[in-house]
Design a binder for this molecule. Structure first.
Ligand SMILES: [Zn+2]
Length: 595
């Protein structure tokens, strides 16, 4: 996260930056900061609320006006809250609202300075029916710096600044002048008002410095999404659906996953999922952005609720992979799939298009990757091995396999999508895709055998010749198997299994991170594996061979980890015949001297 502070060379202490340098992983961050709002400048800002205190008093305590005969909620609340206010010099407490219920009387208050209310320093006092105080909540502050209470720039200047940064227009909402406490403890005088962009479905409250027209903060009124889908850590629906709330990563997807609004549907900046035509999307089951459609396995895939479940699951998986891949380096500048690249470089207008229950085939799934700037198309078909039939869009294995074709085709050779077309490179492509499905399905440091496509085939053997396994008995494929295997998925199995050996070696050496899907910063083996996977794709030549692919992984480790994992990686490849002297599909099981 960057701070706008660096853009403001003068009077840094006067002008609070919107994105104060707070560690998002700090445990208290989630209690004081809201979701990031992306600015046109490329920076982001998060709404801030000072730490809140909350005290409860059981049967109740007295307040400064307890001695009075008549109880007045407003006066009593102001008196009590004022007694809790530590800030002096023009600070006061003002009653904003309150009510008397069956058993409690609630009052809501705001801190003011020179008569100007604070946006984010508020309090609430509750009284019981005996008029004793039973609780007090407060985010009152003692600012370490506060600017003058009369604006020195016009509202027109402030609204222009907000409109520019938030890519919208001022919507004639009421404007107020308030103080905004920032994470660094200072209080800025701000104009606050709303900025909307109807076409984009965005709607913000902006806080603009009333002395400089600089951006202070913003919050979004648009709530975030809920998807009923199969978690990406599960291979298929047999483990059940889950309600997945706010899964977006706002670094990878600053616009979120949805085109939010009254017609919110399975369409967004990264992907669209549809049936029949691109207009055949799934619309939210309730606003805002709730997609609660669970498959009924007793009904055919074509049953309306199952069509919705399929479109939502495919949409969820595609966006999840977008965000995972993004964190590991598949971004706008490295040719990823997005409609808008948000000014971050690369070619845009190429969100992934997913056709579920595509009518052009059966018992299959396909992915077409054109160059950066042209949308890829994933066609998912129904499988008729069972009654009722099963839907490939509910088999996360298959979706991850296909979407990984987009990653490998775009990263190899610089976004041309022309570099995995030789027979051997096609095989590598199939191998990477199965290996990614295997990686995504891991939920512990264990490295059990892995079978892809069990659900659609209704078979424990799945779609491949052997399970992926670290056992040469269970999966005997070697580099020399390429002498007899020719079909890409078949030869790809050797590559996927070799990468599984690498994975197992790295996890054995470095452990396993449960947060690898959302946090690429750890040192655990599954994170290292994913970094090497993505890094190697960009290093390897156009039309790579298996040996090129191996060498690129070894070099990626040098680049990122100073070669710390060289022997682990060599041992893994050598175990499958891809040792240092492997050539011409003749196995070699040796590792470099020193390993
Ligand atoms: Zn494939």
């Amino acid at each position: 996260m960057h701070s706008l502070l660096k853009l403001l060379p003068v009077a840094l202490f006067l002008i609070p930056g919107p994105a104060h340098a707070v560690d998002r992983k700090h445990p208290t961050h989630r209690t004081t900061h809201g979701l990031p709002v992306q600015l046109r400048s490329g920076e982001s800002t998060e709404p801030y609320h000072p730490p809140t205190s909350f005290e409860t008093y059981g049967a109740g305590v007295s307040h400064p006006l307890s001695g009075r005969a008549a109880f007045n909620l407003q006066n009593a609340a102001v008196a009590y809250a004022t007694s809790k206010l530590t800030a002096s010099n023009g600070n006061a407490v003002v009653y904003t609202s309150g009510y008397s219920g069956d058993v409690v009387q609630n009052a809501y208050l705001v801190q003011t300075h020179d008569g100007v209310p604070f946006s984010n320093a508020v309090a609430n006092v509750a009284f019981n029916k005996n008029n004793s105080v039973i609780s007090f909540g407060s985010s009152f502050v003692t600012p370490n710096f506060i600017t003058a209470s009369v604006p020195t720039v016009t509202f027109a200047a402030a609204s222009a600044a907000a409109a520019a940064q938030l890519n919208g227009t001022y919507n004639n909402s009421p404007v107020s002048v308030e103080y905004y406490v920032t994470p660094n403890g200072s209080a800025a005088l701000v104009y606050t008002f709303e900025i909307q962009n109807i076409a984009l479905g965005t709607w913000y409250r902006a806080f603009i410095d009333a002395h400089s027209a600089q951006f202070v903060s913003a919050l979004s009124y648009v709530a975030h999404a809920t998807y009923t889908a199969i978690p990406v850590s599960q291979q298929d629906p047999t483990g059940g659906f889950a309600n997945i709330v706010d899964p977006e990563d706002y670094t990878a997807s600053p616009l979120g996953w949805q085109n939010s609004g009254s017609g919110s549907n399975s369409t967004g900046n990264n992907a669209i999922s549809w049936k029949g035509t691109s207009a055949g999307t799934t619309t939210q089951s309730s606003a805002p952005d709730v997609f609660a459609y669970e498959q009924n396995p007793a009904l055919a895939p074509s049953a309306p609720q199952n069509v919705d479940a399929a479109r939502v699951n495919a949409f969820y998986v595609a966006n999840t992979l977008h965000d995972i891949f993004y964190q590991y380096g598949f971004t706008e500048t490295t040719f990823n799939f997005q409609n808008s690249n948000q000014g971050r470089g690369g070619s845009q207008s190429d969100a992934l298009s997913i056709s579920v229950q595509d009518a052009s085939g059966i018992n299959d799934i396909s992915f077409a990757t054109p160059p950066d700037g042209t949308p890829a198309i994933l066609r998912s078909f129904v499988w008729n091995y069972t009654t009722p039939n099963r839907d490939g869009a509910l088999d996360n294995d298959l979706l991850i396999h296909e979407i990984t074709h987009g990653l490998t085709n775009r990263l190899t050779g610089g976004g041309t999508a022309r570099c995995l077309k030789t027979v051997e490179a096609l095989a590598l492509g199939e191998g990477w895709s199965d290996a990614m499905a295997n990686w995504a399905a891991k939920n512990s440091s264990a490295t059990p055998d892995f079978v892809i496509g069990k659900y659609v085939t209704n078979s424990t053997a799945g779609l491949r010749t052997y399970p992926y396994s670290t056992s040469l008995t269970t999966n005997p494929l070697l580099y020399s198997s390429l002498q007899t295997l020719t079909e890409p998925h078949g030869t790809g199995e050797l590559w996927a299994n070799a990468l599984y050996q690498v994975y197992a070696g790295l996890v054995a050496a470095h452990g396993w991170s449960p947060t690898a899907r959302t946090n690429p910063d750890g040192k655990e083996g599954n994170i290292v594996w994913m970094h090497l996977f993505v890094d190697a794709l960009g290093l390897q030549p156009c039309s790579p061979t298996f040996l090129n692919g191996r060498d690129a992984v070894i070099q990626a480790d040098v680049n990122r980890y100073a070669g710390a994992n060289a022997c682990t990686i060599w041992r893994a490849f050598a175990s499958r015949g891809l040792g240092v002297n492997a050539a011409n599909y003749v196995d070699d099981f040796t590792v470099p001297s020193g390993c």
